[in-house]
Each structure stands twice: as structure tokens, then as C-alpha cells.
Ligand binder design. Structure first.
Ligand code: N01
Length: 539
């Protein structure tokens, strides 16, 4: 059926479930599995034509994990852990998508997933105490509970450049890369954006395009990923050590295997400091900052000291000193934006066919039929790639018209920033769990315990013969204040990025993800559950 053919069901034909899940990405798939284990009937509605969420949509060249593959996969099934072989330390999108499809097949999840089903609205029926969701094709379903597994970075953002639709060539966003791919070989390509997506993409496509123009607004601190294949012996070791690997991840602030050095950078001699920086620089992945002196990730002298080390590393790799200075980040603190990992990014700018354009100096004025016009010049292009990021967290919720008690919309309620209790519920929206809000860091490590908690909360409601759970207005008020207070202090709130909604014009500024470390968030949630879901109203 195509999306233009409208479905119409009689009231009797509308499927009734205990739980409706929006999305069949990493959290949606796991929520489905967990809910089945707990004896719920659950069904997921997924916009894509395949499962995988982030790993279905972000199929741009170069897309891959920055977390170690074996720390990112699910931990819930020992059988799965033992039979799946991650081929690389930092696995690429094609394999990640294959993995999530493998999980869907292995656990027979597909029979409860409806693909090609973009949910347009979700309305709470106060007479029946049930949520009704309506898809783009008109199909309806009802459930007692609603779980939004819609991802934190899934609503792509393309700036409102004048003339955006006039371009005669091909254009696309990294987060909606066409399934059939984009032919870039021998083409003149322009990329707008140098965040984690842009950095991965630019490095990969520079190998095949005839000419590449990179439109950079803010230079980033990027560090070598140092990816490599996993050999047989390492594979065996990983499989033997999963309990320790996951235990370690659970203990660290961002759920990674890397642990901070408890020493201050400033408590050791400059020589010792440099020796540690250089040693970590040779390591793969996020070790370079998450295993470093604890205070490099706090505003202050240590942070600036390490930032300068990074800047010099960039200068060493770029031949033209003028281009090198353009690539050196000077406008934000190290770690205040997400650090992209790279595999030869800076060397791309030594290629003769690559041009770096500073659009802070010469802003993009408009997109033309032939390419991009900045204040200083016009660039003729065959392809424009928007690596311009996402309307994070609330963007993906806002794509669904969610209406709670009294017909109030979640979009209106969140107009000045999310108002939730623990990131998972908002007062006036009973039995709705916004699972995309409360997790950040090594995503699956933080998301699995969150899904466990949410699904157990539903089981508590059922087993104690309640029918509704909703955040109390007071608990919501206190939590929202806590997010504002704690959020204002942390490093990632200090720069203008998606973490605080500052990348979207007009979006209210405020921390969009968990305000506490992963262990603290888990402990708080556990306390709430142990105290009979304190802060929630049960009826
Ligand atoms: O998006 P971003 P992303 N004119 O928002 C620029 C995750 N991720 O898709 O910095 C010109 O970081 C913008 O410039 P500025 C990861 O959590 C993970 O790259 O705002 N430029 C910036 O350079 C990451 O943080 C992985 O000045 C404009 C870029 O577009 C998150 O996704 C891989 C502009 C957007 O960068 C988002 O990353 C990839 C304009 N009007 C992503 N508007 C892995 O785990 C925006 N920009 C591997």
C-alpha cells in the first residue's frame, strides 16, 4: 500500500494493544522485546521501510560508531553477545544496520512492527484512558500506554537558506541519506556543516569527488578515531569479558569503557601532562578525553591547556598555515560541543581539489540554481550535502501531534523547553513515556536500563491494578528546575549546540538531555521505583 492510499477502519477493526511504541530503532526494538517478556501485547510503528532508526536513516558515506562496537550492542541476551561478531572496533553503518536487522529476526520482533508507518498524531482518550495513534496512511491503533522511541537526533534540520528549492542539482541531508545512495564520483560537491556527521562524510567522499567545497561555520576539536579490524584473539577476549565491559560502562559518567584519571591536569608537571596527552592521543576512540585528567572536561585552566594541545595537533597536519588556522577551533571550549572522531579529516584539506570556505566570515546568502552564493563568491556545484544537524530531542516529538488531557499539545507545553519528571513523563500526558529524552552518552548502555525502568513501571501499574500513571505537577516542576540548575553548570551547556537547542533558530535554550551522570540517573530512577513510583500519580 502506498502512503497516499488512506486506510479506514471501523471501531471494531482498530487494533488494541497494551503498549504502542513509536519507532523501531535501537530503543524501540529493545522496548518491544522487554514488553513481551513482561507479558504485554506491544506493537511498534516505524516510519522507515526497515528497522534500525538512526542506523537506517544515516547511511551517508563514512557513517560509523564513535563508541567501541562491543560496548554499543545490546547486553540483554548472552546468546546474541556470543554469536554476533563485530568486525571492526568502530563499526560502520552497513554492519550496524545488519546487526539491528539480525536482532529483529532473532527475537522474532518483526511480527509486531508495522513499517512505512509514520505516526502523525497520538491523542489521549480520557473516557477510555487509552492512546490512539494515527499513521500518515490513515491507519489507527490504540494502546493503554504509549512509548515514544523516536530518537534524540532524528528530526533533521536544514537551515532556511533563501532559494533552497531552486538548486538544479542533487541535494540531501546526512540524516535522510537516500537508500539507493547518491552518485558522487567525479562530481562537484558542496558540504555545509562540520559536526560529527560532516567530518565523517567529508573524509570519505573526498576520495571520490572531482571537487569538494566545505562550508564551515565553526571549527571543531576532532580527534583520530584509529579504527581497526577486530582479530580473532581480540574477538575471543571481548566475548569472554562482556560482564566486565558492561560493568565498567555502567560505572562511568557517560556509560563508556573509558574512566577519567582522578588527578587534576594542573597537579602534575607540564612534562607529565604532555606525556599523558601524547599517550592518550595514540589511543583509539574517546579515550583521548574520557580517560584524561578529570578536569580537562571542566571549564578552566586544564581545559584550555588540553585545547591548545589539540590545536597544535591540527596545525601539524594541515600544510597551508592559513587553512590550518581556519580549522583550529577558537570560539568554544574543548568538550563543550560533541567531539567528532575522524580518520584523516585534516589531511583532506591538503588535497588540491578541496576548498574550505569560512561562512562565519562570508555567510551563505542563498542557494542558487547552480550552487551556493556566499557574501564573497558563488560556488558552482552538482551536489549539495546538508550536514547541518538535527532539531534534537523535542524535534522528533514535535513531528507527532501529541495531545494529552484537555487536548493540550506536548509541543505547546514544551514551547519554552521540555517540562518533564525524570525526562520520561510530562504532567497531563498519562501513560506516555518519552523515552528519547533521558539518555545521552554511550547510547545503548544508557538506554537499556532506561527502557527496563519504563517497562517495569508499566508492569507496576498493571500488577497493582491501576490504569494510569502520570507525573505529578510538583515533581515535574522540581525536576525541570533541577535540569535548569544542573544543566547551566555543565560543560556541554556552555557552547551553542544541539545539546541546548541553540542550533535551531528560535528554539528555547536549555539542556535537552539528562542533567546527571548515567549512574546518578539510574540511582534516582531506582529510588523512585523503590518508593512506589514517588512523584507519579497512580490511579
Ligand atoms: O550535527 P551538528 P551532526 N550555516 O549539529 C553547521 C551525533 N552523531 O549531524 O557549529 C552554516 O553537530 C553547524 O555549524 P555551527 C552526535 O551526537 C554521532 O554533525 O552551528 N553552517 C555544524 O557545523 C552529534 O553531536 C555520530 O556553527 C551551519 C553542523 O552544521 C550529533 O549526532 C556521527 C548552519 C551541524 O553539526 C549531531 O551531529 C554523527 C548554517 N545556517 C553524528 N546551520 C557517531 O556516533 C548548521 N550549520 C559516529
Amino acid at each position: 500500500m502506498t502512503s497516499t492510499q488512506q486506510q479506514s477502519q471501523t471501531a471494531e477493526e482498530i487494533e488494541q494493544y497494551d503498549v504502542i511504541i513509536i519507532g523501531a530503532g535501537v530503543t524501540g526494538l529493545y522496548a518491544l522485546w522487554r514488553l513481551r517478556q513482561l507479558g504485554f501485547s506491544a506493537h511498534s510503528f516505524e516510519e522507515g521501510s526497515g528497522v534500525g532508526g538512526t542506523w537506517f536513516w544515516n547511511r551517508y558515506p563514512g557513517c560509523r560508531f564513535d563508541s567501541e562496537s562491543y560496548t554499543y550492542g545490546y547486553s540483554f541476551s548472552e546468546e546474541l553477545l556470543q554469536e554476533w561478531d563485530w568486525k571492526e572496533h568502530y563499526s560502520g553503518q552497513p554492519e550496524n544496520e545488519r546487526y539491528l536487522n539480525y536482532v529483529a529476526d532473532k527475537f522474532d520482533l518483526r511480527r509486531d512492527i508495522r513499517l512505512n508507518s509514520r505516526v502523525m498524531s497520538a491523542v489521549f482518550d480520557e473516557n477510555e484512558n487509552r492512546w490512539e495513534v494515527v499513521m500518515e496512511d490513515g491507519y489507527r491503533a490504540r494502546g493503554q500506554f504509549l512509548v515514544t522511541s523516536v530518537g534524540i537526533l532524528s528530526a533533521g534540520y536544514v537551515p532556511e537558506f533563501e532559494g533552497k528549492d531552486s538548486f538544479k542539482g542533487v541535494s540531501c541531508h546526512t540524516g535522510r541519506w537516500p537508500q539507493e545512495g547518491v552518485d558522487l564520483a567525479g562530481k562537484r560537491v558542496g558540504v555545509i556543516g562540520t559536526g560529527a556527521s560532516g567530518v565523517q562524510l567529508i573524509t570519505e567522499i573526498a576520495k571520490e569527488v572531482s571537487h569538494l567545497t566545505v562550508f564551515q561555520r565553526t571549527a571543531n576539536f576532532c580527534a583520530p578515531l584509529r579504527n581497526s579490524p577486530i582479530d580473532d584473539e581480540t574477538q575471543r577476549e571481548i566475548k569472554e569479558n562482556f560482564p566486565e565491559i558492561f560493568k565498567k560502562c555502567l560505572e562511568t559518567p557517560g556509560s563508556f569503557v573509558h574512566e577519567f584519571d582522578p588527578r587534576s591536569a594542573m597537579s602534575v608537571t607540564p612534562e607529565e601532562r604532555l606525556e599523558q596527552y601524547e599517550r592518550l592521543w595514540q589511543k583509539s576512540g574517546f579515550a583521548k578525553w574520557l580517560s584524561n585528567f578529570y578536569d580537562v572536561m571542566m571549564p578552566g585552566e586544564a581545559n584550555e591547556d588540553y585545547a591548545e594541545f589539540f590545536r597544535n595537533k591540527i596545525r601539524e597536519r594541515v600544510n597551508d598555515p592559513v587553512v590550518a588556522e581556519m580549522l583550529v577551533p577558537k570560539t568554544h571550549m574543548f568538550g563543550s560541543k560533541r567531539l567528532p572522531c575522524e580518520s584523516g579529516y585534516y589531511e583532506v584539506f591538503n588535497q588540491d581539489n578541496v576548498l574550505l570556505v569560512d561562512v562565519r566570515e562570508a555567510p551563505i546568502e542563498r542557494i542558487t540554481p547552480a550552487g551556493i552564493k556566499t557574501k564573497d563568491a558563488e560556488y558552482n556545484l552538482d551536489v549539495i550535502v546538508f550536514a547541518t544537524g538535527f532539531d534534537a530531542v523535542t524535534g522528533s516529538l514535535n513531528r507527532v501531534d501529541i495531545r494529552g488531557e484537555g487536548g493540550q499539545t506536548l509541543k505547546d507545553k514544551f514551547a519554552n523547553g521540555p517540562r518533564t519528571y525524570m525526562g520520561v513523563q510530562s504532567a497531563g500526558f498519562p501513560n506516555l513515556f518519552t523515552i528519547n529524552q533521558a539518555s545521552v552518552g554511550n547510547f545503548v548502555r544508557a538506554a537499556e536500563p532506561l527502557v527496563d525502568w519504563v517497562t517495569e513501571a508499566m508492569a507496576y501499574v498493571r500488577d497493582n491494578e491501576y490504569s494510569l500513571i502520570s507525573a505529578s505537577p510538583q515533581a515535574e516542576e522540581e525536576w525541570t528546575q533541577h535540569v535548569a540548575d544542573a544543566g547551566a553548570k555543565i560543560l556541554r551547556s556552555q557552547a551553542d549546540s544541539w545539546f541546548v537547542g541553540a542550533n535551531i533558530p528560535g528554539k528555547a535554550r536549555g539542556l535537552l538531555t539528562a542533567p546527571d551522570t548515567a549512574p546518578v540517573m539510574r540511582a534516582k530512577r531506582d529510588d523512585v521505583a523503590a518508593n512506589g513510583y514517588e512523584g507519579f500519580l497512580l490511579q
